[in-house]
Ligand binder design. Structure first.
Ligand SMILES: NC(=O)c1ccc[n+]([C@@H]2O[C@H](COP(=O)([O-])OP(=O)(O)OC[C@H]3O[C@@H](n4cnc5c(N)ncnc54)[C@H](OP(=O)(O)O)[C@@H]3O)[C@@H](O)[C@H]2O)c1
Length: 334
């Protein structure tokens, strides 16, 4: 049995979903892969809880859910107030799992790699702004740096581009990569105004209290940037062109409908050119997705057209991508 130690940074919705999968499927992973995961550190913004022997994830979940802050921990484990840069260097983890929303996390991803640890992340900005530097650092040291859940949650578009289509040359990718905007546009088709649809999405927890990341196309832009880095060469988010759905009116939605089409926030990725904007797509198009589904149409020289569609958000769905990466990295270590 190969034991692999993990440091889990971020214990919000996704972090806790990952912890639950590790708890519930621990035995299955031992049987299927001969892998035993031992979580030695868990961090939120209040504290890092660390035990080199391993933490009881059930207890850590209980504390976070009861008190909202890991710093409330009153048990035997050590509770530290280390910034993540120091924490990743200090803890005895083989793999650092970043499921935070820390925009500056690239600094401590690099620190983790420098101290010999692989990194798994669902956090987009480190890749959308620092792809080249991070991947070079990982390759130089022969360490895994995996990020399946950054685009389309657990739907494996990253693995497809990075590990499967190795002989193909990608010509273009067109994709709907943000479920919140799809929800708002769908509700507008059903008669709601933009503000009403947005408020409803916020009430249902589909849109965040500050919805700008979704409606201005920033989230889709991060994802499209990452796809360009994989399919072609590294660029940064600052180089893409982006228009959100904030200026879409009920009239625009009605016109699309009259043309037998539907409005979606579409990312287009071609060599040297990335755009995100609301576009009319035919109702029969694979991009005419509903709800939080995402879809991408990938064109390559050998395979032609390939469509990948699946969940683009959700906790179990995102945990699927993160845990797959953890297993992939662990299999390379043991
Ligand atoms: N939710 C989804 O469906 C989904 C899908 C794909 C990707 N993602 C990405 O996954 C990440 C997590 O999403 P989420 O929904 O779980 O967000 P969330 O509920 O807001 O959780 C974020 C967690 O990160 C912690 N955190 C932030 N900065 C930190 C730092 N420097 N060091 C340690 N912990 C830190 C927060 O601590 P506190 O608890 O103390 O605030 C919180 O526990 C985000 O990058 C998101 O974009 C999410």
């Amino acid at each position: 049995m190969g034991e692999v130690t993990l440091g889990l940074f971020g214990f919000g919705n996704v972090g806790r979903a990952v912890a639950r999968v590790l708890l519930e499927k621990g035995r299955e992973f031992e049987e299927r892969y001969g892998l035993k995961f031992n979580v030695v550190g868990v961090a939120d913004t209040s504290a890092l809880i660390w035990d080199p022997e391993g933490l009881d994830l059930r207890e850590v979940l209980e504390v976070k859910e009861r008190f909202g802050r890991l710093s409330e921990w009153r048990n035997d484990y050590e509770v530290y107030e280390l910034p993540p840069g120091e924490a990743v260097a200090e803890i005895n983890a083989d793999l650092v799992v970043d499921v935070t929303n820390d925009r500056e996390a690239h600094t401590w991803h690099l620190r983790a790699l420098e101290s010999g640890k692989g990194v798994i992340t669902s956090n987009k900005p480190p890749l959308a702004f620092h792809y080249a530097e991070i991947i070079e650092a990982a390759e130089k040291r022969g360490l895994p740096y995996l990020f399946e859940a950054t685009v389309m949650a657990g739907t494996p578009i990253i693995g497809l581009l990075r590990e499967t289509l190795l002989g193909d040359r990608v010509e273009s990718i067109e994709a709907v990569l943000n479920g919140t905007t799809t929800y708002i546009l769908s509700r507008m088709e059903e008669g709601l105004g933009f503000e009403e649809a947005l408020k409803e999405a916020q009430k249902l927890g589909i849109a965040e209290r500050d919805p700008s990341g979704d409606i201005l196309g920033i989230d889709a832009g991060y994802k499209a940037t990452i796809l360009h880095c994989l399919a072609f060469y590294p660029i940064t988010f600052d180089e893409i062109s982006r228009r959100g759905i904030d200026e879409i009116t009920s009239e625009d939605v009605r016109k699309a409908r009259e043309n037998g089409k539907t409005l979606r926030l579409v990312a287009k990725v071609e060599e040297g050119r990335v755009s995100v904007e609301p576009l009319e797509v035919p109702r029969s198009s694979p991009l005419a997705v509903s709800s939080t589904q995402n879809a991408a149409v990938i064109k390559t020289d050998l395979l032609g057209e390939l469509v990948i569609r699946g969940a683009g958000a959700g906790l179990k769905e995102t945990a699927s991508g993160v845990v797959s990466d953890i297993i992939k990295a662990a299999l390379g270590i043991v």
